[in-house]
Design a protein around this ligand. Structure first.
Ligand SMILES: [Zn+2]
Length: 325
């Protein structure tokens, strides 16, 4: 018989022993899990919920297609719409990035209705239902938005109450994002060691970092930079969001054991791991009426969590019967 106290000691108060009412199958319930960085146009979204993902944040897709999605489906979908980027900047022209998913900003105007204007691009995404704005700051791979254009995007997003998420890549880009007031990094910085000062300032500014550690499996140097950066950020009290960049290369659709293991390696484990995976951002509340169910005996040590949680699935909360304890 599994021990509920040991489980809570391991994963925090939101993990509970339970069974499914219909099948009688025993397991563990967790709050709904969110992948905070996906690209739905590159994956089969129907596979997400059976594999444990209750909500996703699409950080770069066609705003028209995203706006047509069913509103109350599972997984819950929040999205940025198009990437806002410099003229000729990342990801324009990438094989995985059709023209609809980028907007090239040629004018730092904060006025509406300006072709290539910063505010106009923000307005467009908002009008298609975006709840976050995505900017590309990738100096390793083409031109980057200048300070005026980036400032105008952030100001326009603020006016609409939308957080700004940045893809940062290349020397100094994490600092550029922080200075501009970017709210969230779409990837843990992986092209430089950001150092303690930037980390402290990012934490103090309330910046959130989406993990995406497992995308670097073929680049050990990037993987190590990202691990060290995230470990420092988490240790300094930074709010970490679980995210996989699902759609970027061959990644399993659903809870990604490699990402969980990499988070563990950065010190985001136990209750902190559940917090990173269950954070409702950019919403303020979790998807309602659904829970995560992980069948089978619970893990007994933290090293078992990654393999174990990959067995998660999404179920209606009412289907779960919590064991007495
Ligand atoms: Zn991405």
């Amino acid at each position: 018989m599994a021990d509920p106290f040991a489980l809570r000691a391991l994963l925090g108060p939101r993990a509970a022993l339970c069974r499914r009412a219909i099948t009688g199958e025993h397991g563990v319930s967790l709050p709904p899990l969110i992948d905070h960085h996906v690209h739905l146009h590159l994956i089969d979204a129907d596979l997400l919920a059976p594999a444990g993902i209750s909500g996703v944040v699409d950080l770069g897709g066609d705003p028209v297609v995203l706006a047509r999605r069913e509103k109350d489906g599972i997984p819950r979908v929040a999205y940025a719409g198009s990437f806002l980027t410099a003229v000729g900047g990342y990801p324009v022209g990438r094989p995985w990035a059709p023209p609809e998913i980028s907007r090239e900003i040629s004018d730092p105007s904060t006025h509406p209705g300006v072709p290539g204007g910063a505010a106009t691009a923000v307005d467009e995404q908002a009008s298609f239902g975006a709840s976050v704005i995505k900017v590309a700051l990738n100096s390793a791979d083409g031109p980057v938005l200048d300070a005026a254009a980036l400032g105008a995007i952030v100001a326009s997003a603020r006016e609409r109450g939308l957080p700004v998420v940045a893809h940062v890549q290349g020397d100094g880009m994490p600092q550029v994002a922080l200075d501009a007031g970017v709210d969230v990094l779409a990837h843990t910085p992986f092209t430089e060691a950001v150092g303690r000062t930037l980390t402290r300032h990012a934490v103090r500014a309330g910046q959130l970092w989406i993990s995406t550690l497992a995308i670097h499996r073929d680049d050990p140097q990037a993987a190590e930079l990202a691990r060290v950066n995230l470990a420092g950020f988490a240790a300094a009290g930074g709010r970490v969001l679980y995210g996989t960049d699902l759609g970027n290369g061959e990644l399993p659709v659903g809870v990604n054991a490699d990402e969980v293991a990499a988070l563990d390696g950065a010190g985001v484990r136990g209750e902190a791991l559940i917090d990173a995976m269950a954070d409702p951002w950019p919403a303020t509340a979790a998807p309602s009426g659904i829970s995560t169910f992980v069948p089978g005996p619970p893990p007994t040590v933290l090293d078992e969590v990654a393999a174990w949680i990959a067995g998660a699935t999404v179920v209606p909360t009412e289907e779960l019967v919590h064991d007495e304890h």
